[in-house]
Design a binder for this molecule. Sequence first.
Ligand code: S3P
Length: 170
Amino acid sequence: MIVLLGYMGSGKSSLADYLNKNNNLTYCDLDHYIEKKEHKSIPEIFKQKGEIYFRKIENLYLSEILVQNRQDVLALGGGTPCYANNMELINTRNSTSIYLKVDLDELTTRLYQQKSERPLIEPITAESQLKDFIRKHLFEREYYYRQAKHIINVTHLSIEDVASTILHLD
Ligand code: S3P
């Protein structure tokens, strides 16, 4: 299984969807899986049950998906690699983990436009504050992201190019 990881806004879900439509690969999006299982949206889970609960079920459903091993591609949530033993679970399951790396400026631009569905950044109002938040957060998270088997800087790549790079990895 190809496991896509990276910060919020790095294009994990879009890429999984692209690979499904254009390359016939089956995929699972962990956030969507959680929403379906819990009958709630991610913002609702954060609001009603809190982040600790979310991290607990995120770990549970991740293990479930990895054990079932039914899909070709799995798109994680931005925080998934950084909690519990998630990165270890992923890398010991014989999967191809790929970190989709995006530069800070590009992440800030993208996320400033699409922060409403993302509880961790939704309250941040100014773009400069968002940039400071992402810089610090990314610094903490990169330790985990770097444990991926492959790292691709996708900042200036089209989705077609990213898909083709991934399909030609050895
Ligand atoms: C999170 C990222 C989100 C989602 C949740 C927490 C994070 O997924 O899992 O809001 O901690 O970075 P996306 O990366 O798909 O936005």
